[in-house]
Design a protein around this ligand. Structure first.
Ligand SMILES: [Zn+2]
Length: 212
């Protein structure tokens, strides 16, 4: 190929992968990073994502989590499952972005729906982390109001409601009217609860107050 001919980003990307894996050439992650950079400059998304992963790990480039987030997020918004998977882990661990388990779970659930390898187990783990943090948070709230936010139940009114919420017998979900409480009737059908079935407290809508 003559110098005047522009190589396609696919070709540059494939060469970068060869350098990254030492496949037919000596492994050289710095060279791989340079080539990813070149293909990324042509807006080739797999290269944008993989360059981000190199910045995430400090592999072939100086470690830079903010830069990693910027690049991986750029590929993720174009619905690249591999990028979304890495982004979910960054939200889970607060790497390059503020830790946000809800956002991590949302992204990981998307990967799980796309059958991305390992993502089902990862989504389960994030959900467990959310449950643990949520129960700890709810236990620390004063039991005077039944507070719902657009994200979750923020505070319970009585001990029995707290237990039902922790057991997930009663949950919060968004409806077209806003956040609402859901439970089950005697036949196990899901119903909207307009008040606490134990003490009669009426839910109030409050701003999201959780930080975890
Ligand atoms: Zn109650």
């Amino acid at each position: 190929m003559s110098d005047s001919m522009q190589q396609s980003p696919e070709v540059i990307y494939a060469l970068a992968i060869s350098y990254l894996q030492g496949d037919g050439v000596p492994a050289d992650s710095e060279r791989a990073a340079e080539l990813f950079e070149k293909a990324a400059a042509m807006d080739y998304l797999p290269a944008v994502r993989d360059l981000g992963i190199l910045y995430l790990n400090g592999d072939g480039v100086p470690k830079d989590e903010a830069k990693a987030y910027e690049l991986i997020n750029k590929a993720a918004v174009k619905m690249d499952p591999n990028a979304i998977y890495h982004l979910a882990l960054m939200y889970e661990n607060g790497v390059g972005v503020k830790k946000d388990l809800y956002q991590a779970l949302k992204l990981m659930a998307f990967c799980a729906a796309a059958n991305y390898t390992g993502s089902v187990e990862d989504a389960d783990r994030i959900e467990d982390e959310i449950d643990a943090a949520r129960n700890k948070y709810l236990n620390a709230r004063p039991m005077v109001n039944l507070d719902l936010s657009e994200v979750d139940i923020e505070a319970c009114c009585c001990k029995r409601m707290l237990d039902a919420v922790k057991n997930k017998d009663i949950s919060m979900d968004m409806t077209y009217k806003g956040p609402a409480l859901f439970g089950a009737d005697d036949d196990g059908n899901e119903i909207v609860l307009d008040k606490c079935p134990f003490c009669g407290a009426v839910p109030r809508i409050v701003p999201h107050d959780k930080v975890y």
